[in-house]
Structures are given as structure tokens and as C-alpha cells.
Design a protein around this ligand. Sequence first.
Ligand code: GDP
Ligand code: GDP
Ligand code: MG
Length: 291
Amino acid sequence: MAERASWSLGNALRGIFAAKTIDDDTWDDLEAALITADFGPAVTEEIVERIRADVDRYKTTDPRDVQRMLREIVEERLAKYDPTLKLTERPAVVLVVGVNGVGKTTTIGKFARFLRTYDRSVVVGAADTFRAAAVDQLATWAERAGASIVRPEREGQDPASVAFQTVEKAKHDGTEIVIIDTAGRLHTKGGLMDELGKIKRVVEKQAPISEVLLVLDATTGQNGLAQAEAFIEHGGVTGLVLTKLDGSAKGGFVLAVQEKTGLPIKLIGQGEGINDLTGFTPHVFAQKLVG
Ligand code: GDP
Ligand code: GDP
Ligand code: MG
């Protein structure tokens, strides 16, 4: 992670933590900083109330105690969800879903590379078959990552049949991990959900689906979450991937998104490069966020 990530609260909180004492300004500034970082009004109020109560209880006047309390509360709340990827099946099938442009294909490239560095064999399936360019984009990433790819035999081929062929190839070759790229846009949401449902049914004829990862663009924060609602309601999502944290000022979204969806964050993307993907570690994240 970058030394001073854009989503860090560092600048917004520096004034508070450097002040000589705790007073009313402390609470106003803390509230403003948390709202700006997209924690959302409800979570912000809960956090500020809890720190105020603890400050009263311990009778401290040292703003650095506020910082420590904030870091501990954020870590405790982030850690309520299990970020572990469940990839023990062979093959382990991972479906990657989300609206257009959030970073699904890029994430698959980075994720394939991440798995290859742990010596897992990987095949990716190009089940976003609508545009030839989408298939080529995935193929480029697969090559860079050292993964194999199953492409549609023709443009517009049924995405479910590509997914089927990808799992079939993995079983035939003994490949450990299958990652399926999917479309983010159809003329109706219902159409897209039907397509995903069909992909799942067809894949499950061959192997259980280990993970359905919903990709969310962190720069759109809580607004972007609304667009992804259909996936959460109908998609059988098992985990979240937050992308573009490198360009986001919305570090608080990380906490809000888990609590709003009840789903764990499993991966975070912080750049367009092949190595810019990491697992999600609440302790590390809370430290970087609060300082
Ligand atoms: P898809 O439509 O969901 O498959 O999205 P793409 O993978 O094609 O990505 C859309 C754009 O977001 C591309 O320009 C990517 O380079 C960019 N992108 C994806 N992930 C990240 C990230 O973590 N950080 C940044 N800065 N850009 C990203
Ligand atoms: P627009 O006119 O460019 O906005 O395209 P539409 O959204 O109306 O889609 C035209 C057709 O392409 C529809 O029948 C959709 O089923 C299909 N379509 C659109 N986007 C995608 C996509 O991302 N993947 C797949 N597989 N099909 C798509
Ligand atoms: Mg894509």
C-alpha cells in the first residue's frame, strides 16, 4: 500500500490529533472527517458517540487517545467479517460479477497473477461475450498473469456455454482455480440476473461454485453500491472486491459497505498494475486509515 494512501484520514485528522486538548471542536472535526470519508451518517454518529463516552469514562484530555480509540473501533468493526477466500475445492470456481467499468476484468488479471505467485494453476473464462474487445482484454491479462484462457468460439456465444467449457477444461487439465469473467450490462437488469443464474446452473452441473465475488468501485462509494443492489439480492454473492482505492478519498466506505451488505471484503485493488491487488487485513487497514 502507498505510504499516504488517498483514502487515509491522515490529513483530515491531523488537526484534531495535534491539538492540545479535547473540546467541542474535536467532535465537530471528527464528525466532518468521517462523513467526508463516506462512513455514512449512522456509522459516524455511532463512532463519535462511543469515543465521547470512552473519553468521559477515562477522563482523558489527550487527543491521541481519540486517535487510538478510533483505530480500535474501526478495526473491531472491520474484523466482524471473515475475509478469507474459500478456494479449497478442486477445481475452485470463482465467478466475478458487477456493473460495467468497476474493474472486473482487471481484477481477474491481478487475481490470476496473485494465485500464480502461490503456484496455483489458473484458467480464466471469457463469459462476457458481447464485445470482442472484452475477450481480448481478458486474454492480454491472462497472458501477463501466466494463466490459460477459454474464449468464446464466436462473438456473442452464450456466456453460460463459455463458463461450462472453462470448467470442463479445468477438470480435464487438472487446473486448480477457475475464474469466470461476466458481463456488467444488459438492456434490463432482469436479463443480466437471468444470464448469471444460467451461468451458475450450468457450471454447477460440473463443480460447486466456491466464490461469487462482487466488484465495487470505491471511488463511487455508497452511490455505486445502489447500482449493485440487484447482484446482492439475486447474485448469491459470497464476497466483495473493492477496486480503485488508490484514487478514492472514501476510506470509510470500506467499513460502511460490509455493514450495509453483511458481506465480507475479500480483496482490494489499488492501481492498474498487475501487482496492485491484496487480501483484506482489518488490522493493517485500520492502521493505514486512522494512522
Ligand atoms: P469491467 O468493465 O468491470 O471489466 O472493468 P475493467 O476491468 O475493464 O476496468 C475499468 C477501468 O478501471 C480500467 O481502465 C482499469 O484500468 C481501471 N481499474 C480497474 N481496477 C483499478 C484499480 O484498482 N485502480 C485504478 N486506478 N484503476 C482501476
Ligand atoms: P446500447 O444500445 O449500446 O446501450 O446496448 P444495449 O444495452 O441496448 O444492449 C444491446 C444488446 O446487447 C442487448 O440485447 C443486450 O442483451 C446485449 N448486451 C449489452 N451489453 C452487454 C454485455 O455487457 N454483455 C452481453 N453479453 N450482452 C450485452
Ligand atoms: Mg470487463
